[in-house]
Each structure stands twice: as structure tokens, then as C-alpha cells.
Design a binder for this molecule. Sequence first.
Ligand code: NAD
Length: 256
Amino acid sequence: MLKGKTALVTGSTSGIGLGIARALAAQGANIVLNGFGDAAKPQADIQALGVEAAFHGADMSQPAEIEAMMKFAAARFGRVDILVNNAGIQHVARIEDFPVERWDAVIAINLSSAFHTTRLALPTMKAANWGRIINVASVHGLVGSAEKSAYVAAKHGIVGLTKVTALETATSGVTCNAICPGWVLTPLVQKQVDAKAEALTISNDEATRLLLGEKEPSLQFTTPAELGDLAVFFCSPAGNNVRGVAWNMDGGWAAQ
Ligand code: NAD
């Protein structure tokens, strides 16, 4: 379905970004991966699906590096047809104890980076009259949780950016939507499970059950593959007039 298209997925060396990159590659899209850590394995995984995979290690907190990545993608593949803004970090602390440097980093990586990639991708998408922008927000783009001020602010912000992008492209073949996962067992969440296990001196399994039980009625993690399939739907012809939604896959979290 996506043969000949190019998808750039930020923060795709692990977790949800890699799951979405795999799902888009399985539909034939060439992929530009981004993120920290070893890119060789994710790149080989994507290539094994029979598409081309390039990698750019831009730090999403640095606008100049984001510009370099967008130029790299255009030089390598002609243009970016599908942009998935996924890179994100978490920091957990009460507001009065929240390190100012962590606040700035969460806002830069989880929110401002999507503004930069979007402003740089839109002109070519509009000229081609086709494009898909998918923002990986969170259920925290819809509801709050204590001790996650920067994350919740950034995720509510990206849901707002999604709506504005959708309105500014509404009469074109470019769409913009957000995905709002609940808990997904990735390195980002494993750190929170580990912190809970240590703080309460309980096992990893008990900490996992507690984490899910506090927020997610299904008591199940959403998987990167399931999120990838939602991204594929947004890119399909059935998604042509889906614009500005914040679609939660959260096991009922926001329904409470
Ligand atoms: P993860 O830690 O597995 O992956 C994060 C990715 O972002 C990695 O590839 C990492 O290298 C990259 N990254 C981090 N900082 C970066 C930077 N400065 N520049 C470039 N890349 C950077 O986390 P994940 O759980 O897969 O999270 C992906 C997205 O999904 C995030 O936006 C996160 O907020 C969101 N999300 C996650 C969950 C969850 O339960 N895991 C739930 C809702 C939303």
C-alpha cells in the first residue's frame, strides 16, 4: 500500500517508534530511522522487510540537527511523505522539585521537535498534495497524572499542534492526527516499573501489576505493533478524511 513512499520516524531505534517503522515498512514504505543507541539492528530489521532504511542520529532537542535530518531525508529519498513525530522522554517529580533543565528537555524533545519537523515537512507534502503527519502523543495528552508536569504539558501541547496542523491542511491531501497510547512496555516504561519495584521493595511482576492497575482498566499493555497498525490505517485511503483526531489506545484509561 505504501510502496514508493518514504516515512521518517523520530525516536525509532527502540520501542513504539520502531514498531511503527516496522508496520510502515511492511506496507512497502522506505524508512528514515532516528534516535540514540545502536541503529545497526533496527536498520537491518527494516531492510529485512524488503525496503530501504536510512538512519540519521539528530538530537531532537536541537533545531539545527532536525533541519539537517530533514535535508538528509530529502537528499536520500526525494521527500518525506509520512512524518511520525515519536521521540520522547519522561521525567517524574513533583513540580516544586522538577529540575528546570529536565522541564526544558521534555518540552524540547516531546513537543518543540514536532513543530520543527512539521514546519520543514509541510511545504513538500503540500506541493505533492499528499502527506501524513502522525504525532505520537499519549493518554497524557488527554488527562493528567501527578508528578508528570512537563510530560503532560508537552503531550497536551502536541494534541493542540495536531489540531492546528489538521486545520491548516484541511483542504489538501495532507492529514495530521495523534495517537494516544496508555501503557506500552518499552524502555521508557520499564524505568518506571523498576523505580516502583525499588521504592516499594517488591518484585518486577508485582510492580508491573500495580502500574497497570492504577490507571489501565484492561490491565494489559498496548503493543508497538498495535500502534503501528493504527499508523498504517491513518496512511491508508480510508484515512483520507480523518483529520485532527487524538485517538487513544489506552485500555480504557481515559474512559474513566
Ligand atoms: P523509548 O525510550 O523506547 O524510545 C524513545 C525513542 O526516542 C528512542 O529511540 C530514543 O533513542 C529516542 N530519543 C530519546 N531522546 C531523543 C532525542 N533527544 N533525540 C532523538 N531521539 C531521541 O520510549 P517509547 O515508550 O517507545 O516512547 C516513544 C513515544 O511514545 C514517546 O513520545 C512517548 O512519550 C510515547 N508514549 C509512550 C508510552 C509508553 O507507555 N511507553 C505511552 C504513551 C506515549
